[in-house]
Ligand binder design. Structure first.
Ligand SMILES: O=C(O)CCC(=O)C(=O)O
Length: 256
């Protein structure tokens, strides 16, 4: 779905004000079907050959507990095109107001009963970029609500600076805000239930989190696409050191 004229201006205005925007029905049913078919193919054909840093399970002994796939656009042409040459790419340019560089594409699942909460965090804290100009698109692949762990935002938190974070035990979300929830977080909480094909986009500094999946039967599947502005510079040295230590810790803990 491409946006133009006053509609595009409204979306950018709401995004700049709130730190996130919801775009219902961003993907048509046909587009969503094509994505799901390619996701199934990816899981069947690509996942078995991936390193343990790019595929996470809630329990690595149970193949039906898949929770996260990382860097999908680096492993597959379909997802590379979706990231680099699509309505998602154009939307990232609109919202960042500049040329962009694509950074990461992920699949997020919370398996029934065992899907863990997503700790409160700001994505920019993980990214180590300066200036902190980037965004995450979060695309619902199925019905997502309070039962199976929808995303929650603190509206306007992107304008209030970077919060202190510290290490968590959550695989895939290794940093969480230390003083959460503040009174401000609770007062500005927005619960974003979503239907298949709906898109949420949030700023690098927007505080967000999600509950675990308490359903006994339903999964909670979504895709995440990360874009930086073309002038955001990554502190590659700090990131390499952090990633190396994190991978070692996760291996030691038997999580990957
Ligand atoms: O899927 C989730 O629970 C959260 C995803 C998230 O935090 C993100 O995309 O930045």
């Amino acid at each position: 779905m491409l946006f133009e004229g006053t509609k595009a201006e409204q979306i950018k205005h709401d995004y700049d004000r709130d730190g996130y925007v919801r775009l219902p029905g961003f993907l048509s049913p046909d587009e969503l079907r094509a994505l799901l078919t390619n996701l199934d193919r990816y899981v069947e054909e690509i996942v078995p050959g991936l390193p343990n840093t790019d595929v996470f399970y809630e329990d690595k002994e149970q193949s039906n507990s898949l929770k996260q796939l990382i860097r999908m656009c680096e492993h597959d042409a379909f997802f590379r095109q979706m990231m680099d040459d699509s309505d998602f790419t154009r939307l990232a340019e609109l919202l960042l107001g500049r040329n962009t560089s694509s950074r990461n594409m992920q699949f997020f699942n919370k398996p029934p009963k065992i899907g863990l909460p997503t700790p409160p965090h700001q994505d920019g804290y993980y990214w180590m970029i300066n200036p902190c100009e980037g965004l995450t698109m979060w695309l619902a692949l199925e019905e997502v609500d309070e039962e199976n762990g929808c995303v929650r935002y603190a509206t306007g938190s992107h304008l209030k600076g970077m919060r202190a974070h510290s290490r968590t035990d959550t695989l895939g979300f290794s940093q969480g805000i230390t003083d959460f929830p503040s009174t401000d977080d609770k007062a500005n909480e927005v619960i974003t239930t979503a239907r298949p094909g709906d898109l949420l986009v949030h700023d690098a500094k927007t505080v967000h989190w999600a509950d675990g999946n308490t359903s006994h039967t339903r999964t909670r599947k979504a895709m995440g696409l990360v874009y930086f502005s073309d002038r955001a510079k990554i502190d590659t040295e700090a990131q390499t050191v952090y990633q190396k230590k994190l991978t070692e810790d996760m291996e030691k803990a038997g999580k990957i």
